[in-house]
Write a protein that binds this ligand. Structure first.
Ligand code: PMP
Length: 444
């Protein structure tokens, strides 16, 4: 049986997970890394590959939760980190690399008149909300059902359609309006209320496009928010530097008031940023001449940390050429086509691969009215975010890992510029082998 094979093949990972159960809640250090019967343990990574402690090479589609557009251990990024590490990792002071880093952000990201670095994407969206509320003097924020903006209290409500809001203050939940991604719903709220500070969204839809939104939605939302004097916050933590060198906004020809960045921004090290209108970010200005009345305090020991800045500059210099984004997107499209070919050849209904450039998703639910190659439109949000039927997906994840392919959460992925057509072909062959295992096990 698949389960026995998995446990035998990944025996060392099983041992480490048994230890982890006594050290970490749930045995993991990030909700998304939990997996049944246990997650794999990795010991090194290079280019499109990572190597499990069980002497297995995996084609990797996590790519650092989307941070590694250039692939693992890219020579330019690794060299920049090593050089900076030897010169010190924290000065408690300004340094030239933070200027070069911000310069690249200003060059690439639409409307980045000023930049403030944070330590993560979560901190970036938290700061953007604070800026929006302070600038407008209004308390309420519109967010869209299922869109993820990090785990902080201010935007946790609505991220998971089934989340019971444990640990969140009711007063905070009351100031977060969770809307469907429907412009009429937004228009109705904006015409009937005057307490809305901002609308925030994942520009290509919930879970980096698992529930896709067309570019037109972003454009129309920009117009609608501007008409009502409401700020638009674009969360480009995943899409930034990936869908185009300037992110989803760049591609759609849109400029938000505030943009949240992380992941690719910091070249695979921790880091985030809020970029946007100078008047809004000006609320952060410190110093003797600052207007203290409206000022927001913002600290953070690791803001613009030299190591992250070094990695970020090295990565963004390459992103600025346009090549990594284009290569990864071309490979992503090739992969989606190859996966759908495998699904079609096996005549699997309810299965499909879809995506946007270098981001892709697999959907698998034998009872869903979907054909390979179709984006699964019209299905419930929770099903799309989950990727289909949990039992099928759990088996698929195990089988794919046995076949040497690691999809993010077993059902989606980020393609890097280090993935080549050889990895695409091996991934398609891996999916075919995995489906064979599912068939022998009676899962499909
Ligand atoms: N926004 C989006 C769209 C994200 O996908 C994530 C993380 N996956 C975040 C914000 C939070 O970023 P971080 O994990 O760096 O806190």
């Amino acid at each position: 049986m698949l389960d026995d094979r998995f446990r035998a093949h990944f025996a060392r990972s099983a041992e480490l997970f048994a230890e982890a159960a006594g050290r970490f809640p749930g045995g993991v250090t990030h909700d998304g890394r939990a997996a049944a019967p246990f997650p794999l343990y990795i010991e090194r990574a290079e280019g499109p590959y990572k190597y499990a402690v069980d002497e297995t090479r995996l084609i990797d589609y996590w790519c650092g939760h989307g941070a590694l557009l250039l692939g693992h251990a890219h020579p330019a990024v690794s060299a920049a980190i090593a050089a900076q590490a030897a010169r010190g990792t924290h000065y408690g002071a300004g340094h030239e690399l933070e200027l070069r880093w911000a310069e690249l952000v200003q060059r690439l990201v639409p409307g980045a008149e000023r930049v403030r670095f944070t330590s993560s994407g979560t901190e970036a969206t938290m700061l953007a909300l604070r800026l929006a509320r302070a600038a407008t003097g209004r308390p309420t924020v519109i967010r869209f059902a299922g869109h993820f903006h990090g785990w902080h209290d201010g935007l946790a409500p609505g991220a998971d359609p089934e989340d019971p809001h444990a640990g969140l203050l009711d007063a905070l939940v009351a100031h977060v309006l969770v809307l469907p991604p429907d412009l009429d719903a937004v228009a109705a709220v904006l015409s009937s209320r005057d307490d809305v500070a901002a609308a925030i969204l994942e520009p290509t839809g919930a879970a980096y496009g698992a529930v896709p939104l067309p570019d037109a939605f972003l454009r129309d939302l920009r117009g609608l928010t501007a008409d009502h004097g409401v700020l638009l916050i674009c969360d480009e933590v995943v899409t930034g530097f990936r869908l185009a060198p300037g992110g989803a906004q760049d591609r759609a020809g849109v400029t938000a008031d505030l943009t949240c960045l992380a992941k690719i921004l910091a070249g695979g090290l921790p880091g985030g940023a809020v970029a946007g209108r100078a008047d809004l970010l000006g609320l952060l200005a410190a110093g003797p001449d600052a207007d203290r009345a409206g000022r927001i305090r913002h600290q953070g020991t690791y803001n613009a940390n030299p190591l992250s800045a070094a990695a970020g500059v090295a990565a963004l210099q390459l992103v600025a050429t346009g090549e990594p984004t284009a290569v990864a997107a071309a490979r992503g499209r090739e992969l989606v086509a190859a996966l759908n070919e495998v699904l079609r050849a096996r005549r699997l209904r309810g299965w499909t691969a879809y995506g946007d450039g270098s981001i892709f998703h697999l959907f698998a639910d034998p009872s869903a009215p979907v054909e390979p190659g179709e984006a699964p439109a019209g299905l419930p949000l929770a099903a799309l975010k989950r990727g289909g039927d949990p039992r099928t997906l759990a088996a698929l994840r195990m089988a794919l890992q046995l076949a040497g392919v690691d999809l993010m959460r077993g059902r989606s992925g980020f393609v890097s510029a280090a993935h080549t057509s050889a990895e695409v072909a091996a991934t398609a062959a891996g999916l075919d082998a995995a489906l064979g295992m599912l068939q022998s096990d009676g899962v499909i």
